[in-house]
Write a protein that binds this ligand. Sequence first.
Ligand SMILES: *Cc1c(COP(=O)(O)O)cnc(C)c1O
Length: 374
Amino acid sequence: MELFDVYSLFEVTPVRASGCRVWDDKGQEYLDLYGGHAVISVGHCHPVYVKALKDQLDRIGFYSNSVVNPLQAGLAHKLGEASGYSDYSLFLDNSGAESNENAMKLASFHTGRDRIIAFRKSFHGRTSGAVAVTDNPAIVSPFNANHKVSFCELDDAEAVECALKKGDVAGVIIEGIQGCGGINVPAPGFLGTLRSLCDKYGACLILDEVQSGYGRSGKFFAHQWEGIRPDIITMGKGIANGFPCGGILISPAFKAVKGMLGTTFGGNYLAMAAANAVLDIIRDEHLIDNAYEVGKYLKAGIPSSPEIKEVRGRGLMIGIEFNGSVAEIRRKLLFEKHIFTGVSGKNMIRLLAPLVITKQDADTFIGALKEVLQ
Ligand SMILES: *Cc1c(COP(=O)(O)O)cnc(C)c1O
């Protein structure tokens, strides 16, 4: 049997990793500024994390959500403290897409309505509802396109109000910072305007923090730069440093009804051991402050060059937009400088480094980029 061939691959085979470093099967070392797509938050193979998972596997690896699992309540408590959302409740699932599905379902249950407002250049995942609110025709099948979705331009409050006026909108979904669409930070005040509009028209504000959350932006959630409180916050990616895990934070206004949400694997013991360890490490090693500091340092160090159009982002969510394709630059960074980077579209290098990155690592990248641009 062969693999269903849907991924574009680089010819690299990682076999070992530590912190911000990855080694391939030939022993070559790489600097990881991509974090396996914003997933590696506390660094590869952090010893506290590895021990937590190993110890948990020795005790109990799995049981269903029909029994009491104290690790879930423990995580909810810790997450409330870390995020400033102690009064919200937590539902645990397995991925970013699933979190967005659950958030939109909950918004629809809560309001009795069936339309979602989303934004141009958005990415919310690949399951049916999540992909329907994603602005990328290449990945939306005719089946997905049956959902009721209104797309507005980012920062266009008038268009949002126009769509809300019809009275059928359950929720507005927006990324804390758009990732796949090109590291687009909502304009100052826009999230606040969305908050007021959702209140005025009785719709739920859903913040997708799957990529921008968990400290990456230099605050726990990127929307906290704007001082607003959404009705639902969705999480994934960095939440368990690579162990599959997702979750949503739900405002106290929502009433839980037995059976309205559920999942087989969500909140399982191993995911909880991983997620609890991640929050401990973020706290003990002050990783959110580090994300802010090193992110700022790295951004400031990116050379001005006629090839570079703009540098955008917050904390360790950084987009370097070029005037043309970045394919060759990225290839050189990987195969000549041995640095993993991501992309957004064709013209942007996207950096999503583990939160443990140092200023020295940032210097390594800046030096390599200068050489590649020469
Ligand atoms: C990656 C991502 C998702 C989807 O997460 P999966 O775990 O791949 O389902 C959703 N929203 C945003 C903003 C993402 O970056």
